[in-house]
Design a protein around this ligand. Structure first.
Ligand SMILES: Cc1cc2nc3c(=O)[nH]c(=O)nc-3n(C[C@H](O)[C@H](O)[C@H](O)COP(=O)(O)OP(=O)(O)OC[C@H]3O[C@@H](n4cnc5c(N)ncnc54)[C@H](O)[C@@H]3O)c2cc1C
Length: 464
């Protein structure tokens, strides 16, 4: 279509990661896009600590960025992480590579930096973004959205021709859908919260730990993680139960409720994460000032209403962050919406229905896998049985690369395999590996003939 031909108007609520990328996809297709964001323009303010300063970006997210030609620009914002650097209580470290090939890596990216890039590009493509304008009312019957322009202190309206809800886990757009018959939703809050802290660069401006890794301090019932930033600092996140075990000493089965005083938090870190504690000079200050965040899983259905409205990203399917896939999944939603527009010739009712059909099972699958991955990160990575199973998985991948791909690799590196398919194949693979490693301490004498026959019978060849 010509540059001057307009296909119609789309209103997007929320200029977060998903909303901004969706706006860009639609603007590139010729739609006139207006986006409303409740917060101030983050490009003009310093982003406040607390809501994941940095994030893990994987192949799926990169593929969706490549769909609007942004892969190279995004790469300038990334730090490569080749595996998990596991820290034990004595400060010993052990790098567990994510994959077996050079390109099997995950990236750390600044939320603010990536969101700013997406907003810059969206504006350059003609998207109009109105900040400090929360959506206050979703009038489905009148096909109208109402916003409070907090700067001018006036109410504004925008049409649902259609509207897309990229307004995050607490979505007002989702709430409006739920008032209609046939719509349902569950929100499962985790009984663990999180707190963000910081390891600054050293005096020479260098990293204080290995930069090309995601650092984990697994402690069974809880964990600390750290992801590198471009300025040589690390953003550190503690995941811990809200409530500690009654009667237990802090440092044993602790909870946030026992660590209200920052001095108790420092003592806890000195006991259970001593090497990390030594690198966090402002722990007490940040403990007090940074909010304690909650985590949860949103599962709702359907995600759309005829040609009026569809949800994407956390608004449709917030997941816990332990697979590092929430943003990746939101980006994949945008790519899929774009494909559905191709498939339906731009008919919004058909596009939204097809998008919902293609994404729902995948979103459910990543929600489950993200919950499972918390156990893997906080406990299994330190377990010899887990390491043996991982060793066998890598060996089977070497022997049957077109059939056996470890589940972690399918989720993180293979954007050609949907989350639901990764989950399905993963279950079969887990059965095979669990049986094969039962009662063993090493892979010596493994019956690869029998395992190979089972793989051939149960796992179809992957294309791509
Ligand atoms: C601690 C933590 C760590 C994470 N780590 C990772 C990771 O490593 N990798 C990964 O892929 N994902 C990660 N995630 C998940 C990721 O942050 C989300 O999945 C992602 O931000 C979803 O993008 P979104 O655009 O759907 O929602 P959001 O990023 O939440 O954006 C929603 C936007 O809508 C705006 N908004 C809300 N209500 C209104 C309203 N009424 N009117 C107008 N605007 C509104 C908000 O201000 C916001 O800008 C993590 C999440 C957390 C909490």
């Amino acid at each position: 279509m010509s540059e001057h031909e307009h296909r119609g108007e789309v209103t997007i609520v929320g200029a977060g990661l998903g909303g901004a990328l969706m706006a860009l996809y639609l603007a590139r297709r010729g739609y006139t896009v207006r986006m409303f964001e409740k917060r101030a323009d983050m490009r003009k303010e310093t982003i406040s600590a607390g809501r994941s300063i940095n994030l893990a970006l994987a192949n799926r997210g990169l593929a969706a960025l490549a769909g609007v030609g942004l892969e190279q620009q995004a790469r300038a914002l990334l730090t490569t992480m080749r595996g998990r650097m596991v820290h034990d209580l004595d400060g010993n470290t052990n790098l567990q590579p994510y994959g077996q090939r050079d390109w099997e890596v995950v990236y750390s990216v600044s939320r603010g930096g990536l969101n700013a890039l997406l907003m810059d590009e969206a504006e350059a493509a003609g998207v109009q973004i109105q900040f400090e304008a929360p959506c206050t009312e979703v009038d489905l019957d009148g096909r109208l959205l109402r916003f409070h322009d907090q700067v001018a202190n006036v109410q504004i309206e925008a049409p649902m021709t259609p509207a897309i809800g990229g307004d995050g886990a607490g979505s007002i757009m989702r709430q409006a859908l739920l008032e209609r018959p046939g719509y349902s939703c569950t929100v499962d809050m985790l009984d663990h919260d999180y707190k963000e802290l910081n390891i600054p660069a050293d005096a020479g401006g260098g990293f204080r730990m290995e930069p090309h890794a995601l650092h984990i301090w697994p402690r069974g019932g809880y964990m600390l993680i750290a992801l590198p930033n471009l300025d040589a600092s690390f953003t550190v996140t503690l995941f811990l139960p809200k409530i500690g075990q009654p009667g237990a000493e802090a440092g044993d089965q602790p909870g946030f409720d026992q660590l209200e005083d920052p001095r108790d938090a420092r003592a806890f870190f000195d006991t259970v994460f001593p090497d990390a504690s030594a690198l966090i000079p402002n722990l007490e200050r940040d403990w007090l000032h940074n909010p304690t965040g909650e985590l949860g899983t949103v599962r709702c259905q359907p995600w759309h209403l005829d040609d009026r409205l569809a949800l994407l990203g956390d608004a449709a399917h917030a997941v816990v962050p332990f697979h590092g896939q929430g943003m990746n999944c939101a980006f994949e939603d945008c790519l899929e919406m774009d494909r559905c527009l191709d498939a339906t010739g731009g008919d919004w009712t058909k596009t939204f229905a097809l998008y919902n059909e293609r994404r729902k099972a995948n979103a459910d699958a990543i929600a489950d896998m993200a919950l499972e991955n918390y156990i893997e990160m906080r406990a299994s990575v330190a377990d010899p049985g887990f390491l043996l199973r991982k060793q066998l998985a890598f060996e089977l991948e070497r022997r049957y690369p077109d059939r056996f791909v470890p589940r972690y690799a399918m989720v993180m590196f293979r954007d050609d395999i949907g989350y639901a398919e990764a989950q399905r194949r993963g279950r079969i693979q887990t059965e095979i590996i669990t049986r094969a490693t039962e009662g063993r301490e090493d892979l010596y004498g493994m019956d690869y003939g029998a395992i190979g026959a089972e793989i051939e019978a149960k796992l179809s060849a992957l294309t791509g």
